[in-house]
Design a protein around this ligand. Structure first.
Ligand code: BES
Ligand code: ZN
Ligand code: ZN
Length: 497
């Protein structure tokens, strides 16, 4: 997607592939420089008849030509001078069907009549146009093209320099989120641990990042028996994937870790079959950190960034790990495996301990579809976050406010940690059932990060399945985390500049 700026006088009105995007404030006069007299009369009529009044999050498409343009898309800003970004994203999502049915490939956006978060509108357009047709032929009459050109119109193109760059950045980060959605949506017979490693290596080569991948043999030498235990029941060999961006020795190092279970049958503690197919999404944490690493590769921030993905398949087999088995993790702690379905924490704990020991990062954020319990607590509308460091949580929360990927903090009180003590080992991989299960996962992982400031995002609810978010299709992975982590890293790099 190409985004550039022009002035109302330089903008060529007879643009038959374009839709005009006009923001409309409730209770404020319509004075868009993009509209002709006829167009203004039409929008005025829509407003007078109360068909569309500019309510926040609302959008309305007028499928008519105005001076040659193919449609007018009205975006509701509400009554505030500073409209909510998420509402704008959703308004964009609602306009997608109209853009498609009118075969529109260019947007001409009014940045003159009001100040509004145009970059959030771009988010909604790029995420909302996502489709996944790797395995299914699109319907023959479906419009396959996408919006590839966006013109921001303002009184002075010079004044729009920041806006253009914010919009280009938004488009790029959302394209990375869509790429992560592709990884999530791929069937598990295609998206194996080896394939995840291949995807990571491809990014590393393309953006000149460092790449390393530990195989099962190396993991055994290093004593990563928690991760290896999960992989035992599968013919797919596990991988510990590491890509990194090195900016300078004096700069801080931020680390991201993503759960890469390419399929979760539950293992011997097998899951019920009705929705087991959804467990191909159990690598969405990995997809999120890899997608954010793509942003890092493209933007080369002035801080160091590490990305670690423990990847394995959790299967049932004669060789699979059994309930009651005890393993010794990389950091020497012993773990009693009472439920082989609590496998995410088993692969993450070795990755976290190795990361701390080997790279000593300044901060760690892990992202994982870890527990069904987080869905019980928050549904599909927020990730549960557990953090050992208030400042780090504040950074995540601030990034979340920018991107609309919601977070909600849970406590990590000692009483919850006590639930994770093992009978015969240092730790048990589960605590009492149906009690703060998301927090139990967090407390377990906390045992592997030492003193490093750390935050854990449980994205089991947000990785897919949210209804009513117009720019995300419930049938597909959401790409949750790519934008959040990209923003976290951008803000950290900016704060040092
Ligand atoms: N991958 C699942 C968590 C999950 C459940 C993600 C539903 C998305 C939707 C995870 O490995 C798991 O099975 N967790 C168990 C943990 C329990 C055994 C302590 C769970 O939440 O039921
Ligand atoms: Zn599981
Ligand atoms: Zn899982």
């Amino acid at each position: 997607m190409e985004i550039h700026a022009t002035t109302p006088s330089d903008w060529k009105k007879a643009d038959t592939a374009a839709a005009l995007v006009i923001p409309l404030r409730e209770d404020s006069a319509l004075n868009s420089p993009l509209l002709s007299d006829a167009g203004r009369a039409l929008v005025g009529a829509v407003r007078d008849r109360k068909v569309f009044c500019g309510k926040p999050g609302d959008s309305y498409a007028l499928p008519i030509a105005d001076d040659g343009a193919r449609a007018i898309i009205l975006i509701g800003l509400g009554p505030d001078a500073d409209p909510d970004k998420e509402k704008i994203r959703r308004a964009a999502g609602k306009a997608i069907d109209c853009l498609r049915s009118h075969r529109i490939t260019r947007l001409v956006i009014d940045c003159e009549s009001h100040r509004w978060p145009v970059q959030s509108f771009i988010d909604g357009i790029v995420l909302g146009q996502y489709r996944y047709d790797r395995y299914k032929k699109p319907k023959p009459d479906a419009f396959a093209e996408e919006i590839d050109d966006v013109v921001l119109v303002g009184a002075s193109a010079f004044a729009l320099v920041d806006e253009v760059s914010a919009c280009n950045h938004a488009a790029r980060v959302c394209a990375n989120a869509n790429w992560a959605r592709d990884l999530g949506n791929a069937a598990s017979n295609d998206m194996t641990p080896a394939q995840l490693a291949f995807e990571a290596q491809t990014i590393a080569e393309k953006y000149k990042l460092e790449y390393d991948c530990l195989d099962a043999g190396r993991m055994a030498e290093l004593g990563m028996n928690a991760l290896l235990g999960v992989a035992r029941g599968s013919k797919e060999p596990p991988k510990l994937i590491i890509i990194s961006h090195h900016a300078s020795h004096d700069a801080p190092t931020l680390a991201m870790v993503g759960k890469g279970i390419t399929f979760d049958t539950g293992g011997i503690s097998i899951k019920p079959s009705d929705s087991m197919h959804e467990m191909k999404y159990d690598m969405c944490g990995a997809a999120a950190v890899l997608g954010a690493m793509k942003t890092v590769g493209q933007t080369k921030p002035t801080i160091n960034v590490l990305c670690v993905v423990p990847a394995a398949e959790n299967c049932v087999d004669g060789n699979a790990q059994k309930p009651g088995d005890i393993v010794r993790a990389y950091n020497g702690k012993t773990i009693e495996v009472h439920n082989t379905d609590a496998e995410g924490r088993m692969v993450l704990c070795d990755a976290l301990a190795y990361l701390v020991d080997h790279y000593a990062p300044n901060k760690i954020v892990d992202v994982a579809t870890l527990t069904g319990g987080v869905i019980v607590a928050l549904g599909h509308y927020a990730a549960g976050v557990m953090a050992t460091d208030d400042a780090l949580y504040a950074e995540i929360e601030a990034a979340s406010k920018v991107t609309g990927e919601r977070v909600w903090r849970f406590p990590l009180w000692e009483d919850y940690s006590a639930m994770m003590e093992g009978e015969h080992a240092d730790l048990c991989n589960i605590g009492p059932s149906r009690q703060a299960s998301a927090i139990q996962g967090g407390c377990f992982l906390k045992e592997f990060v030492g003193d490093t400031p750390w935050a854990h995002l449980d994205i089991a609810g947000t990785a897919w399945g949210a209804k009513g978010i117009s720019y995300l299709d419930t049938k597909f992975a959401s790409g949750y985390g790519v934008r959040l982590l990209s923003e976290w890293i951008r803000a950290e790099a900016d704060s040092r500049a």
